[in-house]
Design a protein around this ligand. Structure first.
Ligand SMILES: [Zn+2]
Length: 408
């Protein structure tokens, strides 16, 4: 995330000492006109700041991560133009330490799902192994590939037998979006514990197989635990910097709007479409499945239920139908804890983003219902959503997914 730091002190990343964010603030900026929005964009890009959220319309806030040496100047510069700035997170490092440093690892790896805390990759995989051992007739794990650093990209198949139409869910393609990875674990828990006990889950599993990739970007995820909590990309080495944004690496207008050809950018699309092991893993798994009915890719944050397209403002041929089902999902989600979501096509609701998995899945894999979901929150904590919100986030999202499946 910290481009300037990496360029000036590149040696530090070789020794992999943890990246710290002491005094970094998450500031919410509310430009009220198109001109003000352009001023904000200019400052963010010329000062090399990390923008955490986007607004399609003036008046909606955008979240910007500002290092301590620039906080004063940033607020003054915008203050002179009377553009409102408020503090959302006063000290990013404090939140990181609450999540990472305070995560007490037991000496024996857990074997049961636990939604009270975030878990490291080896813990997640250990829990999956435990679940497969407990539910051998229902769960199986297969490898979708291996990362650059040699980690297994796993898919969990939940099936009552035979070959049924498939619901695909992947989580964690962006490493710092921990709530995504945690939510996939909740889904797996619900499916395994619910079959034969919960009528809704039983009906679902009598009709569909689920293929769930709980941690699509294992190298990046491990890096968020060990070095930089805010890392987004995978960890493939480029000439100057590490990492490709795997969700800009699919063959859906590869290299187009919303992606970067700068290897140091958080949105670097990679050398070519499907150059990355992680996007290859998703492609390979989906192409191997004969009948994928719905695709869900979980991200954070913004509370959005998104349909294609991201690479163009044009709409997919069946947009009305995908929009209808998204509406069903969002209403079911909101009914659980009252959380408000917006929904619609990616380019309209959030930003143009070429090379995303959801677009490739719709265009090339011909899956008729393809959704990207931005989970909680709206920037109070952003990527650093507290563990107390794992369970409510997962509960409401699961309700949305079930309602969506039942609506097709
Ligand atoms: Zn994401």
């Amino acid at each position: 995330m910290k481009i300037v730091f990496t360029l000036l002190f590149g040696v530090a990343s070789l020794t992999a000492s943890p990246t710290t964010y002491h005094g970094y603030k998450l500031l919410s900026v509310k430009p009220r006109t198109h001109e003000e929005a352009q001023i904000v964009q200019h400052i963010v890009s010329s000062w090399l700041l990390d923008q955490w959220s986007w607004a399609k319309t003036p008046g909606a806030g955008v979240d910007v991560l500002v290092p301590p040496r620039l906080v004063h100047r940033f607020r003054n510069t915008l203050g002179r133009r009377h553009i409102p700035v408020t503090i959302k997170i006063n000290d990013v490092q404090t939140l990181i330490e609450q999540q990472v440093t305070n995560h007490k690892r037991s000496h024996t790896l857990p074997r049961k799902f636990d939604h009270t805390d975030y878990h490291e990759l080896d813990e997640i995989y250990s829990i999956l192994d435990g679940s497969v051992a407990d539910f051998p007739a229902l769960l199986s794990v297969y490898s979708a590939g291996e990362t650059y650093e040699g980690r297994d990209i796993r898919v969990v198949k939940v099936s009552t037998g035979g070959s049924k139409p498939v619901i695909w869910i992947d989580c964690g393609i962006h490493a710092c979006e921990w709530i995504s990875t945690a939510t996939c674990q909740y889904f797996l828990d619900q499916l395994t514990a619910g079959y034969g006990n919960d009528s809704q889950v039983t009906t679902l599993l009598d009709s569909y197989d689920f293929h769930i990739m709980p941690c699509t970007n294992p190298d990046g995820y491990v890096y968020t635990w060990t070095v930089d909590r805010l890392w987004r990309k995978n960890r493939v080495p480029n000439i100057l910097c590490h990492g490709v944004d795997c969700n800009r690496n699919f063959d859906s207008d590869f290299g187009g709007a919303g992606s970067s050809n700068n290897p140091c950018s958080d949105y670097y699309s990679g050398e070519s479409a499907f150059s990355e092991r992680e996007s290859q893993a998703v492609r390979g798994s989906i192409e191997a499945l004969p009948d994928v009915r719905m695709y869900f890719s979980l991200h954070s944050y913004a509370q959005l239920w998104l349909t294609s397209y991201g690479y163009t403002e044009q709409l997919p041929a069946n947009y009305d139908e995908q929009y209808r089902v998204a509406g069903v999902s969002v209403r079911a989600l909101e009914a659980v804890h009252g959380t408000k979501y917006n929904y619609g096509n990616i380019a309209d609701v959030i930003y143009l983003a070429a090379g995303s998995s959801a677009d490739w899945v719709y265009d090339s894999a011909k899956v008729q219902y393809s959704y990207g979901i931005e989970l909680r929150d709206e920037g109070d904590y952003g990527y650093l959503l507290p563990p107390e919100q794992i369970l409510p986030t997962a509960e409401e999202t699961w309700a949305g997914i079930i309602a969506g499946i039942n609506a097709i």
